[in-house]
Design a protein around this ligand. Structure first.
Ligand code: HEC
Length: 157
């Protein structure tokens, strides 16, 4: 066996191994990233909510929280690749319905992204009243999706 052949076989094996690991879904990492994502959403939502409860909210802070939320919104669907549900042997509150009723899940995602966008638009006007109203509407899309697609049985926070 020539050295050249050995090197080439070795290189091919490395390419193959890289390809396999790139396609195999690491469900635990997906779940971790998903959890981090939702915590960021939660923080942006709560940050603005706490501020808007004040009689004189800092609209600069609210604008920043709303812009963050609007920027995060389109990322939501990417955190639910096939194979990252309850059958994957990971601890998750994601219901199998996400993957068995994809059209309904997409509707919930779209309602959320649209509401996040409208909410940010309202916040950027600096009008606290309109921002409160738009934030309430956005909150309903969070809850609406959770009602259908999140298993909150073990939820304790
Ligand atoms: C389209 C569906 C959908 C929308 C919209 C949605 N969520 Fe969720 N959320 C989920 C699902 C599914 C889970 C469970 C994820 C898991 O456990 O793997 C979840 C989990 C969470 C968690 C818990 C994360 C953890 O790991 O502990 C928080 C906090 C959260 N969502 C906040 C929000 C907020 C705030 C909004 C709106 C601004 C929102 N979500 C909008 C589907 C959604």
């Amino acid at each position: 066996m020539s050295l050249n052949w050995t090197l080439r076989a070795g290189a091919a094996a490395i390419v193959l191994a890289t390809a396999v690991s790139a396609y195999a879904l690491d469900a635990a990492s997906v779940e971790k990233a998903r959890s981090d994502y939702f915590h960021s959403l939660g923080k942006a939502m709560k940050g603005a909510g706490d501020e808007l409860k004040k009689p004189e909210p800092s609209m600069a802070d609210v604008k920043a929280f709303a812009a963050t939320l609007d920027k995060l919104a389109p990322e939501l669907a990417t955190h639910f690749p096939a194979g990252s549900g309850p059958d994957a042997g990971i601890k998750t509150e994601a219901k199998a319905d996400i993957w068995s009723r994809p059209a309904d899940f997409k509707k919930a995602v779209d309602a959320f992204t649209t509401a996040a966008h409208a909410y940010n638009a309202a916040a950027q006007t600096g009008d606290a009243g309109a921002t409160r109203t738009a934030r309430m509407a956005l909150g309903k899309t969070c809850g609406g999706c959770h009602d259908s697609f999140r298993n909150e049985e073990h939820h304790n926070h």
